[in-house]
Ligand binder design. Structure first.
Ligand code: UDP
Ligand code: MG
Length: 346
């Protein structure tokens, strides 16, 4: 695969120390882990076996998202004895999006590959994604053509969500929710994540001008443990979706939308008022019982209010963007190689 531009400068030197291998890997594999203790050994094995078939250098970053089933301890032990593996231990359960974001921020590769920790995604597909990315894309998204999940509670809501996302954003994918994806690191680094936004990564990246494609990948039923999600996630996804389209359409320049509506309403209101004034004082007619009078007053008031609303929204938009620097997770510890250290992100 081609070698992508370096982004070493994006990482504070605190994340690199004497015991971290200094050569930057080409690929960082990021896996969020929340109570996946039975899958872990098999997962790490499968990822290493798959990457050994390629000629890329890589690191594996498992982010422990506040597990309580022993995943944390196992991960730390495995990472201490495996130079490829880095365990990023979060202070508590922050959710899959935050865990992925922690993985992105701790990765050093020029390419980032994400997948689930429960072996539902097949690590054997990683080389296929990397090849596709090397064709000149910024994001390659997996498409679970034969998805092995419950039909009514998972497949149906997913189908609806995929349709909606496709309609509301400019990126047409069959399967936005597939965790198995490959990104050029600079694309992932630009994205501010929160809520359930990881599934909108392709759409968010597209807004930033990324080239995106989708390829079919394998999907397996969960072997161990159980899914961390129920129907409530569908609701949260829909809410995120509304936020995204709102951000895209209105939040970038709310004044353009509300201000224009306000000005239009104000203009008609004022014109009606001028006309009524002319009728009363120019022609000496009574205007008290004309419906137009009410309309003129209403439109003028609405116009002023919409305009102020646009101004307020513009201020809110600035606050929103500035507040995005707040971290969405806290790291307790990073374990890699024979080195363990605590790292606290401000
Ligand atoms: N996950 C996480 N934090 C959470 C929930 C899930 O890191 O709060 C991880 C989980 O361990 C798995 C991935 O996110 O690696 C996807 O979760 P899951 O398999 O439960 O989702 P599903 O496949 O059912 O959509
Ligand atoms: Mg799963």
């Amino acid at each position: 695969m081609d070698i992508l531009p370096t982004r070493l400068e994006q990482f504070p030197s605190a994340t690199l120390d004497s015991e971290t291998p200094l050569e930057k890997p080409q690929v960082s594999i990021v896996v969020p882990i929340y109570n996946e203790v039975e899958s872990l050994p098999k997962l790490i094995d499968a990822i290493q076996t798959s990457l050994q078939t390629t000629d890329v250098t890589y690191e594996l970053i498992c982010v422990d998202d506040g597990s309580r089933d022993g995943s944390t301890e196992l991960l730390k032990e495995l990472a201490a004895n495996n130079p490829i593996l880095k365990a990023v231990i979060l202070r508590r359960n922050y959710g899959q999006t935050a865990a992925m974001s922690a993985g992105f921020n701790n990765s050093r590769g020029e390419v980032i590959v994400t997948l689930d920790g429960d072996l539902q995604n097949d690590p054997a597909d990683i080389p296929i994604l990397l090849d596709k990315l090397a064709e000149g894309y910024d994001v390659v998204s997996g498409w679970r053509k034969n998805r092995q999940d419950a039909a009514l509670t998972r497949l149906l809501p997913s189908k609806i969500a995929n349709g909606l996302i496709g309609r509301m954003t400019d990126v047409k994918l069959h399967d936005y929710g597939c965790s198995l994806k490959a990104y050029r690191a600079e694309v992932a680094a630009d994205l501010k994540l929160y809520g359930e936004l990881h599934r909108f990564l392709p759409a968010l990246a597209a807004i930033e001008g990324a080239r995106i494609t989708e390829i079919p990948v394998r999907h397996h039923a969960r072997q161990f443990g159980h899914s961390k999600y129920g129907l409530d996630r569908t609701f949260r996804v829909v809410m995120d979706l509304l936020t995204i389209s709102f951000i895209k359409k209105f939040l970038t320049r709310p004044m353009h939308v509300f201000g224009l509506l306000g000005l239009f309403s104000l203009l008609i209101g004022v014109l009606s008022g001028v006309y009524l004034t002319f009728l009363k004082y120019g022609l000496g007619q009574s205007i008290g019982d004309r419906p137009l009078l009410i309309l003129a007053v209403l439109l003028t008031l609405t116009g002023v209010q919409l305009f102020s609303f646009g101004l307020l929204a513009e201020v809110l938009m600035r606050t929103y963007h500035e507040s995005q620097n707040r971290p969405i997770y806290r790291v307790r510890e990073v374990v890699s190689g024979h080195n363990s250290k605590s790292q606290h992100l401000a």
